[in-house]
Design a protein around this ligand. Structure first.
Ligand SMILES: Nc1ncnc2c1ncn2[C@@H]1O[C@H](COP(=O)(O)OP(=O)(O)O)[C@@H](O)[C@H]1O
Ligand SMILES: [Mg+2]
Length: 253
């Protein structure tokens, strides 16, 4: 099973959510968190890790993908990206082919591969999303974040036949999240002709910001924080959703 965590607009909270969702899921699932921002590593920085082998060594120097996998120290594993390697920001088709084979091999050893992607509609982001069984789109109540989420979904649906979307409102309270989701779902329904699923909301929480500065995940530092409780609930919902597999089949393209 592969799920991408993605967004139209940058800085909406993908990496923080990916790390904390991985933590919440790790006790019951074997999780590999893949840093999908290949040229600009995020995940290892947020966890204060310095992985010796990264995806750069795999794609550019012929190392085996398994050599790059490291334990996060929190019950899940990480496939780290490279920091500041421009070639990897736009992987060519040979690199993508190699990476796809590697990821599919790794997927056999885990219950879940989580892809923390970059933002927007650049080819690498679209590629990770198309590889995934489910696409978790993060948005915030900012108008630009919502229009960019719609734009990303539109491209993935129209041009790539994807329709297994799960929406997550970050930095929003429950009511706000539902309102913005309803708005987005109406637009998607009217213009694209399908209804996306809603995973839920994670509130704005100073403890989450603090966790990033301290490079220690919120779910480790402050399990009782509002955002931590919300993420724990969403992880449970995600597990149920995955078990039900009640998504509409992705259109064949
Ligand atoms: N729920 C939240 N509450 C408070 N701040 C948040 C929350 N989610 C994200 N942030 C802030 O947004 C910034 C960007 O988060 P990050 O996870 O790096 O986003 P992305 O991976 O989408 O670029 C963080 O530094 C953090 O300060
Ligand atoms: Mg990020």
């Amino acid at each position: 099973m592969m799920i991408s965590i993605t967004s139209g607009k940058g800085g909406v909270g993908k990496t923080s959510l990916a790390i904390n969702l991985a933590l919440a899921l790790a006790p019951s699932l074997r999780v590999l968190l893949v840093d999908g921002d290949l040229g600009l590593a995020n995940v290892d920085v947020m966890l204060s890790l310095a992985p010796p082998v990264t995806v750069k060594h795999v794609l550019l120097e012929g190392r085996a993908i398994k050599e790059a996998v490291v334990a996060s120290g929190y019950g899940f594993d990480i496939l780290p990206a490279a920091s500041g390697v421009a070639e990897l920001a736009q992987p060519d088709s040979e690199m993508k082919g190699q990476l796809e084979l590697g990821l599919k091999a790794l997927a056999r050893e885990y219950d879940l591969l989580l892809y923390d992607t970059g933002a927007g509609i650049n080819p690498a982001v679209l590629w990770f999303n198309c590889l995934s069984d489910y696409i978790l789109v993060v948005f915030t109540p900012e108008p630009t974040s919502i229009t960019d989420a719609y734009a990303l979904i539109k491209v993935l649906f129209r041009d790539y036949g994807q329709r297994n979307f799960l929406l997550l409102a970050n930095q929003a309270d429950e009511k706000e999240g539902e309102q913005y989701f309803a708005h987005l779902a109406r637009v998607i329904n009217r213009y694209l002709g399908f209804t996306p699923q809603y995973l839920g909301a994670v509130p704005k929480d100073f403890e989450l910001e603090k966790s990033i500065r301290l490079q220690r995940p919120l779910l480790v530092r402050q399990k009782e924080a509002r955002a931590a409780q919300a993420i724990t609930r969403l992880a449970e919902r995600l597990k149920i959703q995955l078990a039900l597999k009640d998504f509409p089949q992705a259109a064949l393209s």
